[in-house]
Design a binder for this molecule. Sequence first.
Ligand SMILES: [Zn+2]
Length: 392
Amino acid sequence: MKLNELFLKGDVDRIMAFPPNKNYKDEWIWAYSKNGKYNVKSGSWLVAQPIVYQELLPVETSRQNNLKSKIWEVDTMPKIKMFMWRVLSGALAVAECLRAHGMQAIQICQICKNGNESVVHVLVECDMAKQVWLNVKIPLPQQGVAKTTADYMEYFLGLMGKATIPGKYKRAIPWLLWGIWKQRNAKMYAGNGGDADIIIAQALEEAEEWKRVNSLEMVTEVQRVSGFGLENKWPPTCVLKCNINSSWVNSSRMCGGSWIVRDHRGEVKFHARDAFLPAQNRIVAELRCLLWVMQSLLDLRILDVEIWSESGAALEALNNPRDWPRFRSYLDRFYKLKLHFHQLKLTQSSSKANVVARKIASSVTMEARLHSYLATGGPTWLSSIIHQESRS
Ligand SMILES: [Zn+2]
């Protein structure tokens, strides 16, 4: 395999655990959270680490922190959120920031030669930026009211929620900021670009595309079942219920999975067990298990089904794929497979209600039963539990 030629064994395992999805462009994700999305807790943790990144961050004020957390809520692409975060952190390679870090840089803006090149200058005050904001009729704050980058970011974030700004312009604000910055770079380093109308056209198009793609995302209805004991367990007559479970051992990364399909009376139709390649964590194990289950169900032409999983995190990821970029390739495969079903409902199971599936799955990791199988009916060693459940 190509990967083995290029990477060390341990790294190959890491890459295979989160296989890249070729349908998407590369993008930045946050390395310090479980799902790959920034959260304040992991951010604070990182800032508290004694590493060099800390030096790049200017002194934080609570207002800035507040603004930064708002940036992660903005409805835009992760790379643009990251850009906005860098804007606010003074981490853009403009003359003022470079000089603040002791680097040589010409202070005057090389595009308009009409002021010092600061973040605010590039994004708001420079001729090119002013033209963009003027053409989309987005008013800038009166002179003297906003001064710092934080003032402007607060102002733009406020505009995005403002009813008086037409929707398509409001939505495009993050792309406009990003477009102005890209054009500034094109002009500085390649000597071209700088046309306000091109920036606007691209920003509007990308913002609309983002909206279109993300509204297409099918939101799977996840039903949460709280409490234990008597749940409304059995599905209607034409639907089968499939309990799934993945068993994962932290020390060895070993994982196994199982599923068991029952009808409206609790009678077992099939069950199956399999051992999987080592998984990096429990969520990966559950998602892999789910994909294997879906493929098995499709092979058996079981197209009307409720899948019950205990993994709240996996269901959360399936429900909000945009918030879980780290798992995107698994989530994408889920949505592709889902298209083949007539009806597929995901439900969170209590651990008590999932006991049969869990016992089968843990036989893979606890008893090292590594051969896989698919069988009609249920496993005999669990028949008394299955019988009991069918009566409740
Ligand atoms: Zn300028």
